[in-house]
Ligand binder design. Structure first.
Ligand code: C2E
Ligand code: MG
Ligand code: MG
Length: 746
C-alpha cells in the first residue's frame, strides 16, 4: 500500500447517498469516504454486518471488523495508488477467502458497498477537476481485481480441500491395505513357522495348501500334498465318527471337530495325530474352506500303547492279564445278541505249589512261562483269548461259542497240550491241570455270575480228582447254593431258638421196656418248614457250628431226661449223638460235667452215640476224652455199626458199652410178604450180635419197622430195638406219656 492513501485528507464522511441499499445493507448508514482514514472504521463495520451470516467465519464480530478495517484501508490505498495498481485488490479478494468469507452473497454485498463509493468519488473528481470516468474506471478495475483474487483463492482453496480429501482417502485405503497386509503376513508367519501341521482345503475335500510342518510330519513335500483329496487319507481303522463329523462339517452342519486319528507317512510308518478341523464360511455364510490343524502325537501314542500293554499283560508270561480278560468278558456281555453264547475254561495247574516249594520259585516261574507258551500256542491258534489270572490260574475265553461240545473239545485239547512233560533246569516236570468249563447263552447272565460259575466248576474239577475237566451244572450249583445259604443261616437260627429236639425210644426186645431214648435234632425253619438233621448236621460240622448246636441238644436232652426220672419208676437213659468235631473240643468233658451238674442227671443216664468211622479215627485227645467220660459213668455207643470198616480187635481198646446195628442190615431182615428174610443179612446180624456180646457190649438194632423184624432180631439175641415199629421220633411230652403207661425194666 502506498503511504499516499494513508495520508489522504478526509472530510467527505457523513454524506448519505440515497438509494444505495443492497442485500441487507443498513440504508441509514452512509458509505465511508475513500482515502479518508477515519471513515475506515465505519466502512469496516458496515462490511462486517453486511457479510456476516453469508459464511461460516470462526471470528467474533469485533475481530471480524478489525480484520475488515485492514482490508478497507488496503482497498482504499489500492484505489488511490499512483500509478494506479488495481491488482493490489486481488490480495484483498484472497484475504476474504483466507478469512473464510466464502459463502454465496459475500462478493455481491462487498461490491454493493464498494459501489456506494462512486457518488463520493465523482464529487471529489469534480472538486479536484479530475476526470470522473477515470475514477469510475478505477473503481471497476478494483472490483475486477478483487473478484479475480477472490475467485482464484476460492479455486485454490477448493482444489486444496479436494486434495486433502483425496489424500485422506488415499491414506485410509493405504491403512486398510496395510492392516490386511499385516494380518496376512502374520498368518503366513504362523502358517510357515508353526510346529502344528496346518492344511487348508475347500469343501469338496481338495487340499489347497499345507504348511511345511505338516509336510514334514507326513514325510512328503508340500507339493505332493496339495491338490490331493482329504479322503485319500482315510484308513480302515479310523473311528467311524471321524468321517461322519467330517461330512457334517463340509456340509456346514458343524463348525469344527477334534479327534485322534492315525495317518500313514510317506515311508509307510504310522503317524498318530490329534486332529482339529474347522469350517471357514464366506461373507454370505456359506461353507468355503476347511482348515485342519494336526498335532503329531505319535510318541505320546506309543508311550500310551506301551503303558496300556503293560497294564493289560502279565509281566512274567506276557499273556493278557485279568484286567484285559475282564475288559473282553465285559464286552461280550455289553450288547448280547439273542443267540450269542459264551464259553470259559478256567484252568488251574495241579500241584504247582509242590514244584514251587520243592524246586524253588525260579523253577516255578520258568514252568509257568513254559506252560503259558504252550497254552498260548494251542489256544491262540484256535482264535481264543487266554489270560493269566494270577498264580497258576489261566482262563480261556470263547467269545462266540458254538456250544458246550466246542468248549469241552478245547479243554481236552488243553489237557492234551500239557501232557508232554516240561524240561526246566534239568528237571522233567509232568504237569496236569484241572479245568472248570462254563458254556451258556450270553443273554440273561453277566460276567461276574459267569466267572463265579467257572470258579465253582474248577473247584468241582479239583475235588473230583485232578487232571480233568468238569462242566458247570446248574442243579448241582443250586444245591450248593442252598446248602451254603442254609449253613449261613444256621448261627442266627440257633440264636433264635429255631432248633428243636425230638426223642425216639430204644426198646427192650425181650419185654418192650423203654431202655433209653435217642435225642434227634430238628430245625424249624421259618420259611422252609421242618428240616431233618441229615440236611444240616454235615454243614454244621463243616462250619464248626456243631459244637454249640451239640451242646444245646445235650442240655435240652439232659433236662428232659431229668424230668422223666421225676415221673417215678425205671428211668431210661438219654442217648445223644456226638459229632466228631465235638470230640476234638478240649472242654468237652468239663462241659458235660457242667450240664449233668446243672440238670441233676446221673452220668449213667447219659449215652453218647459216635459213628463207627468216627470211633475208629479216634486217637489222642479225643480218645482220652471218651475214656474220661466212660470213667465218669457216661455210656458210649457205636452208631450205625456195619456201615464203616471196623477193626473189631480195636474195639476192645475203646470204652464202648453198646453197639447200634445200622438200619440197612435190619432192612434185609424185613422179608417181603411171605418171603424169607435175606439169609446173608440175617447171618451178618447174628455174627455181629455174637461178637458184641463176646466183647461185653449190648446190641441195639436200628430202623425196625415191622413186628417180623423185631421178632427175628429178638430170636437172634439182639437186646434192644429202635424204629417206627415201636415209635417214631416225637416231642418230649410224648415220651413222658409213653413212659407213664409202659412197664419199665432196669
Ligand atoms: P442216627 O443217629 O442213626 O439216628 C437215627 C435216624 O434213623 C433218625 O433219623 C431217625 O429218625 C431214623 N429212624 C428211626 N427209626 C426209623 C425207622 O424205623 N425207619 C427209618 N427209615 N428211619 C428211622 P434222623 O432223625 O433224620 O437223624 C439222622 C441222623 O442225624 C442221625 O442218625 C444222627 O446221625 C444225626 N443226628 C440227629 N440228631 C443229631 C444231633 O443232635 N447231633 C448230631 N451230631 N447228630 C445228630
Ligand atoms: Mg444216632
Ligand atoms: Mg444210627
Amino acid at each position: 500500500m502506498s503511504s499516499h492513501a494513508d495520508d489522504a485528507p478526509s472530510g467527505a464522511a457523513g454524506t448519505s447517498p440515497a438509494g444505495l441499499t443492497a442485500g441487507g445493507l443498513n440504508p441509514t448508514l452512509s458509505a465511508p469516504v475513500p482515502y479518508a482514514g477515519d471513515a475506515y472504521d465505519e466502512f469496516a463495520r458496515q462490511w462486517a454486518h453486511s457479510v456476516q451470516g453469508t459464511s461460516y467465519v470462526p471470528l467474533p464480530l469485533a475481530d471480524m471488523q478489525v480484520y475488515l478495517r485492514d482490508l478497507t484501508r488496503r482497498l482504499s490505498s489500492a484505489l488511490g495508488s499512483e500509478p494506479f495498481q488495481p491488482h493490489e485488490a486481488r490480495s484483498i479478494g484472497e484475504a476474504l477467502v483466507a478469512a473464510h468469507f466464502t459463502g454465496t452473497g459475500t462478493l455481491e454485498r462487498t461490491f454493493a458497498l464498494i459501489g456506494a463509493w462512486w457518488p463520493v468519488l465523482r464529487e471529489r473528481a469534480y472538486a479536484e477537476r479530475h476526470d470522473p470516468d477515470a475514477y469510475l474506471l478505477r473503481l471497476i478495475q478494483i472490483q475486477g481485481a478483487l473478484a479475480a483474487g477472490y475467485a482464484e483463492a476460492l479455486r485454490t482453496r477448493t482444489l486444496h480441500e479436494q486434495q486433502s480429501i483425496h489424500a485422506a482417502v488415499l491414506d485410509a485405503r493405504e491403512l486398510t491395505e496395510q492392516a490386511l497386509h499385516t494380518s496376512e503376513a502374520r498368518f503366513r508367519a504362523v502358517f510357515e513357522q508353526s510346529g502344528l501341521g496346518i492344511a487348508i482345503g475347500d469343501v469338496d475335500g481338495v487340499i489347497l495348501d499345507v504348511n511345511p510342518a505338516l509336510a514334514q510330519m507326513f514325510g512328503f513335500h508340500t507339493d505332493d500334498l496339495t491338490g490331493r483329496q482329504v479322503r485319500d487319507f482315510m484308513l480302515a481303522d479310523d473311528p467311524g465318527h471321524v468321517w461322519q463329523w467330517y461330512e457334517e462339517l463340509v456340509r456346514g452342519e458343524r463348525e469344527h471337530f477334534s479327534a485322534e486319528k492315525r495317518y500313514l507317512r510317506a515311508d509307510g510308518e504310522p503317524l498318530w495325530t490329534h486332529l482339529t478341523v474347522s469350517l471357514v464360511r464366506d461373507t454370505a455364510g456359506h461353507p468355503e474352506y476347511q482348515v485342519a490343524m494336526i498335532e503329531d502325537v505319535t510318541d505320546r501314542h506309543r508311550l500310551y500303547t506301551r503303558l496300556r500293554h503293560q497294564s493289560q499283560h502279565d509281566p512274567l508270561t506276557g499273556l493278557p492279564n485279568r484286567a484285559l480278560f475282564f475288559d473282553r468278558l465285559d464286552a461280550v456281555f455289553a450288547a448280547p445278541g439273542d443267540a450269542d453264547r459264551v464259553g470259559l475254561c478256567y484252568l488251574d495247574l495241579d500241584g504247582f505249589k509242590v514244584v514251587n516249594d520243592s524246586l524253588g520259585h525260579d523253577v516255578g516261574d520258568q514252568l509257568l512261562i513254559a506252560v503259558a507258551r504252550r497254552l498260548d500256542a494251542y489256544v491262540s491258534r484256535a482264535g481264543h483269548l487266554i489270560a493269566r489270572m494270577g498264580g497258576d490260574e489261566f482262563v480261556v475265553l470263547v467269545e462266540h461259542s458254538a456250544g458246550t461240545g466246542q468248549v469241552v473239545a478245547l479243554a481236552e485239547g488243553i489237557l492234551g497240550a500239557l501232557r508232554e512233560p516240561f524240561r526246566i533246569r534239568g528237571h522233567d516236570l509232568a504237569v496236569t491241570a484241572s479245568i472248570g468249563i462254563v458254556e451258556r447263552p450270553v443273554a440273561g447272565t453277566g460276567p461276574a455270575d459267569t466267572m463265579r460259575a467257572a470258579d465253582i466248576t474248577l473247584y468241582w474239577a479239583k475235588s473230583g480228582g485232578r487232571g480233568r475237566w468238569t462242566v458247570f451244572d446248574t442243579e448241582r450249583n443250586d444245591r450248593e447254593v442252598a446248602r451254603y445259604t442254609l449253613s449261613a443261616e444256621m448261627p442266627a437260627a440257633l440264636h433264635h431258638g429255631e432248633f428243636d429236639v425230638d426223642y425216639q425210644p430204644l426198646v427192650s426186645l425181650a419185654d418192650g421196656a423203654v431202655l433209653g431214648v435217642e435225642a434227634l435234632v430238628r430245625w424249624r425253619h421259618p420259611r422252609q418248614g421242618l428240616i431233618g438233621p441229615d440236611r444240616f448236621i454235615g454243614l454244621a460240622e463243616e462250619t464248626g457250628l456243631i459244637v454249640p448246636l451239640g451242646m444245646y441238644v445235650l442240655e435240652r436232652a439232659c433236662r428232659e431226661a431229668r424230668r422223666w426220672r421225676d415221673l417215678g419208676g425205671p428211668v431210661p437213659f438219654v442217648s445223644v449223638n456226638l459229632a466228631e468235631r465235638q470230640c476234638h473240643e478240649p472242654g468237652l468233658v468239663r462241659q458235660v460235667r457242667r450240664v449233668l451238674a446243672e440238670t441233676g442227671l446221673e452220668p449213667e443216664r447219659l449215652q453218647f452215640e459216635l459213628t463207627e468211622s468216627q470211633i475208629m479215627a479216634t486217637d489222642g485227645g479225643p480218645l482220652e476224652r471218651l475214656r474220661e467220660l466212660a470213667e465218669m459213668g457216661v455210656r458210649i455207643a457205636i452208631d450205625d455199626f456195619g456201615t464203616g470198616y471196623s477193626n473189631l480187635a480195636y474195639l476192645r481198646r475203646l470204652p464202648v458199652c453198646e453197639l447200634k446195628i445200622a438200619g440197612s442190615f435190619v432192612e434185609g431182615l424185613r422179608g417181603s410178604g411171605d418171603a424169607d428174610p435175606d439169609p446173608v443179612d440175617a447171618r451178618i446180624v447174628a455174627s455181629l450180635v455174637d461178637l458184641a456180646h463176646a466183647l461185653g457190649l449190648t446190641v441195639t438194632a436200628e430202623g425196625i419197622e415191622t413186628a417180623a423184624q423185631a421178632e427175628r432180631l429178638r430170636d437172634i439175641g439182639c437186646d434192644a430195638g429202635q424204629g417206627w415199629y415201636f415209635s417214631r421220633p416225637g416231642p418230649a411230652d410224648r415220651i413222658a406219656t409213653l413212659l407213664d403207661g409202659v412197664p419199665r425194666v432196669r
